[in-house]
Design a protein around this ligand. Sequence first.
Ligand code: DGT
Ligand code: CA
Ligand code: CA
Length: 578
Amino acid sequence: MRNSEIARLFEELADLMEIQGANAFRLRAYRNASRTIENLTESISELAEQGSTALVELPGIGKELAQKIVTIFETGQLPQLEKLREEVPPGVVMMLRIPGVGPKKVAALFHELGVTTLDDLRAACEKGDVAELKGFGKKTAQSILEGLDQVEQSAQRVYLADAMPVVEEIVGDLEKLDSVVQVSVAGSFRRRKETIGDLDVLVTSTNSAEAMDALAAHELVEKVLARGETKQRVRLTPTFDSGVKLEMDLRVVPDESYGAAMQYFTGSKEHNIVVRKRALSMGLSVNEYCVSRDGEYVAGRTEEDVYAALGLPWIPPEIRENRGEFDLAERGELPELVELSDIRGDLHMHTTATDGTASIREMAEAAKARGLKYIAITDHSKRVTMANGLDAKRLRAHWKAIDKVRSEVSGIEILCGIECDILEDATMDLPDDVLAEADWVIAVLHYGLKQPREQINKRLLTAIQNPYVSVIGHMSGRLIGKRPGADISYPDIFKAAADHGVMLEINAHRSRLDLDDVHAAAAKDLGIPIVISTDAHSTNGFAEMQYGIFQARRAGLTKADVANTRTFKQFSKLLRKK
Ligand code: DGT
Ligand code: CA
Ligand code: CA
């Protein structure tokens, strides 16, 4: 078990104890211990192997806590925690995810109102019971209702990247059926949203029963939830993050409706509202079967036909969000969106020097095998103690090692980089004279993400004004569905980045995708070069590039907007002159 996992167990323990009314002193002890362990340089498991006396040496860890840690490592669990997990229903624990609702409020809801599920809580809010609870009030009840929407949405969504292999296998198997002509996935999956609520699959077939039977019998399908003549809803077998199961609709549609159905079920809802209005203004009507005039079929076989009937070129699914795509389409200025094959370099990755699993050489060889022409090795700076971050001395030695690999491996350029933390006090984690020696400096926020906006801005501006910083990595620090990003004045920060020639990253990792689509589009509008990087921690990590490309496409980015589509020579010209 890693330090962070142990830290999380103690945090959970404290939360559950607080819900059950434990005294504040003991709670503080557990929370302090959790923080100590989280920030520890040494591995807690190694310390635990030496027994509880070694653990007691740590600040904030007393005898009792030390014994608990030893128990966790010896038995894989903590009886006290197991008991609490049984006493407090999972729905109650989920309430902790509602913004502004901590263990104290949850305790009141659970013990005084007896709510045990999110649905109960919603009903209690709507009935006015929550507003009447001591310490709550109408405003709090309203904000809980809004928070519930958020939690329910994020709790049931799956990362696009996690859904993708499952979906591709099912689609591939449906395609093999003789009676099946076309299979496509519509909905948010086709629009390449970061997360997917459910899957919307369309099929044209000479025998709709066969397609539905095959899906029902598929090993990745757990249960048929509903079945009609041309539509079937199923639940898939795999369990995703936080216990979520994906559901899938299969619709069998006639050939002449395929394009109309694709257009309708791809959405988004916001895009389709405009499509319908536009049709009405032209005396047409659009639904999932066709575009029609006075009940007469006009178009529907292909999506191109549907858009053409509305006087528009085909619009790429990724930008169907009613965020300006109709104006661009009318002016004939739809962007030619960047593609995976345009990428020539990857400028964010880790090695065994910090928390990666492969050596410099292995990363370089793997990148080369993927067809990349240049990479930057960017291990962590010292603040990230959990990842064994580099101080100046180790970093300089690491760069020497990179230089050596660079001279030995041909066919790929390797930049000496660093992922340098921007500290909570708005200073850089490494001195300027060190950063000056780097080929490529990624500046990032890792800690203190909850600081007030002014301080976050100050930190980002410090990095942008530093003459040696090349790019800001995963700017907000969010983890999709798990942790909100820092509060940032984006327009000010973007303007500063543009003024100082600092690039901005779309971190391609499935849980980050940060900058997000909206902010990446805003950065593009200011002419800021965007770098799409994988943040690979292993040779497999390079595969994440695809998801960064999806995010970039949703932002409307073209090849020219993305710096690492350039040849190495052209890319070098974009680097700041030091
Ligand atoms: P998701 O599943 O939450 O990730 O998001 P979507 O976009 O896949 O939404 P979903 O599955 O509810 O519906 C798929 C598409 O079908 C949606 O993007 C637009 C269309 N659609 C669904 N329901 C309606 C509706 O009531 N009105 C209209 N105009 N379109 C709808
Ligand atoms: Ca969907
Ligand atoms: Ca759906």
